[in-house]
Design a protein around this ligand. Structure first.
Ligand code: FE2
Length: 115
């Protein structure tokens, strides 16, 4: 993702407010998602085992970065965390799983199709 138009990049004198920092982190997350997408595309486009191994490792590191950034957002903005947790709980209920992904009840996803 090109960042040349981003006013926060390369300006060493600027100090972001927390609100600006949250916006910057959202852009950072978008960059991580794009990197994951591109590495995955390159993995799918080659049969070279060495390239697949290295690119897969890098792709997975980008996934870790995304998790770090989301965790930082939760720390910086507790209200954001409430929304994240609401979304997580909603999906867990739909899928009938607990926080670790273990099946705990019948999925309700099928009932959504009737709505
Ligand atoms: Fe990254």
């Amino acid at each position: 993702m090109a960042t040349f138009a981003n006013p926060y990049v390369g300006d060493e004198n600027i100090k972001l407010t927390d609100k600006q920092l949250m916006q910057a982190i959202r852009l950072d997350i978008a960059g991580e998602l794009e990197a994951i997408y591109v590495y995955e595309a390159h993995i799918l486009a080659t049969d070279n085992p060495a390239a697949i191994k290295v690119l897969s490792d890098i792709r997975d590191e980008e996934k870790s970065h995304m998790g770090e950034l989301i965790t930082l957002m939760r720390y910086l903005d507790p209200e954001e965390m409430v929304h994240f947790l609401d979304g997580e709980e909603e999906v867990r209920e739909l899928l009938g799983i607990d926080a670790d992904g273990n099946k705990v009840s019948a999925a309700t996803v099928g009932s959504l199709k009737e709505d």
